[in-house]
Design a protein around this ligand. Structure first.
Ligand code: TLP
Length: 354
């Protein structure tokens, strides 16, 4: 368990470093030039991911952002509109990608922790009219990052995709943490992916690979995605060293996500009983949680700084909100220590304010 000089880093599950086993798999990976389609390890990963997601094909890409943006570009034309939750990663954290790369506007809806109902979509499709953008795509996120790791219930996805397809819309699933949703529910990846036209999954979040994501869909979609990946500068050469890390992560780190979920419960319980902190959302389903801070204790930045001085890193995401994410590089003992320090620090800030 790599411990950076005793620091417990809960800012994101992207901070994990490759384990010795993963590094060994990377060092011995067979490689070739993947832009020529000649890297056997990349091919193996793409075939494996396509199979797991129940799709015809998959494409290895450098990041989740590129994966989402390639899919958006495939499903839309400039002047189109996509519908997504107001807190979605695509809308908040991808540097305006839909507008910049695809000429697409985002119509946001207010979900409950990122989860929305079909009833919120009905009536949103714009009529054919020269004045209007064309509604073309619905984007879902599972689990939901800003929603506190919330799982999008499968029945809701089924209802939304059925409605979208009936009205000629495409559906893209940002499944950066679909691995977590699958472990938490026992529902296989291909069930979540079944009715979505494209799916993106990340290897560099809870699975613990250093780099990489994949998108999956029909053969035709993946053919188009390859070309757009090249256009965006995402064609990689001997990428087998990275694909080997992803394959290793799927094999060795997927089922252990259950531990991260248990660890998140320990932190959630501490937040619940610490005066001045409020858990968001009130129920934690996977590995992400937020704590809202009573302004009498200070700001999120103040609490993050006080924790940093005690060796715990958390992410301030709003004036009064911090994020904590559990992952491969924090053991149960470290989580327990972080929880104790969080409570002590919040109590200390409260007494200082009194
Ligand atoms: N999320 C990162 C930050 O960008 C916020 C994190 O630390 O959680 N979809 C979802 C749901 C994500 O959470 C992320 C990364 C991405 C896509 C983008 O993946 P990358 O970072 O590989 O571009």
């Amino acid at each position: 368990m790599p411990e950076r000089a005793g620091v417990i880093d809960l800012r994101s599950d992207t901070v994990t470093r490759p384990t010795p086993g993963m590094r060994a798999a990377m060092a011995t990976a067979e490689v070739g030039d993947d832009v020529f389609g000649e890297d056997p390890t990349v091919r193996q990963l793409e075939e494996h991911v396509a199979e797991l997601l129940g799709k015809e094909a998959a494409l290895f890409v450098p990041s989740g952002t590129m994966s989402n943006q390639i899919c958006i570009k495939i499903h839309t034309q400039p002047g189109d509109e996509l519908i997504c939750d107001v807190n979605s990663h695509i809308y908040n954290y991808e540097a305006g990608g839909p507008a910049v790369l695809s000429g697409v506007t985002c119509r946001t809806i207010e979900g409950d922790c990122g989860i929305f109902d079909l009833s919120q979509l009905e009536g949103l499709i714009r009529p054919e009219n020269d004045h209007l953008v064309r509604t073309r795509l619905v984007c879902l996120e599972n689990t939901h990052n800003r929603g506190g790791g919330r799982i999008f219930p499968l029945q809701k996805i089924r209802a939304i995709t059925e409605w979208a397809h009936r009205h000629g819309l495409f559906v893209h699933l940002d499944g950066a943490r679909l691995w977590n949703a699958s472990v938490a529910t026992g529902i296989p990846l291909h069930d979540w992916a079944r009715d979505c036209d494209s799916v993106s999954v990340c290897f560099s979040k809870g699975l613990g690979a250093p780099v990489g994501s994949a998108l999956a869909g029909s053969k035709e979609l993946v053919k188009r995605a390859r070309r757009i990946r090249k256009l965006l500068g995402g064609g990689m050469r001997q990428a087998g060293v990275l694909a080997a890390a992803a394959l290793y992560a799927i094999k060795h780190h997927w089922s252990r996500l259950a531990e991260d979920h248990e660890h998140a419960q320990i932190l959630a319980q501490t937040v619940r009983h610490t005066p001045g902190l409020r858990l968001f959302p009130s129920v934690i389903e996977t590995n992400i949680l937020y704590a809202d801070i009573d302004p009498r204790l200070g700001t999120a930045a103040d609490l993050a700084q006080a924790l940093r001085e005690r060796g715990v890193l958390v992410l301030p995401v709003a004036q009064q909100r911090i994020r904590l994410v559990t992952h491969l590089d924090v053991s149960r003992a470290q989580v327990e220590r972080a929880a104790a320090l969080l409570e002590q620090t919040a109590r200390y800030l409260a007494t200082r304010a009194a």
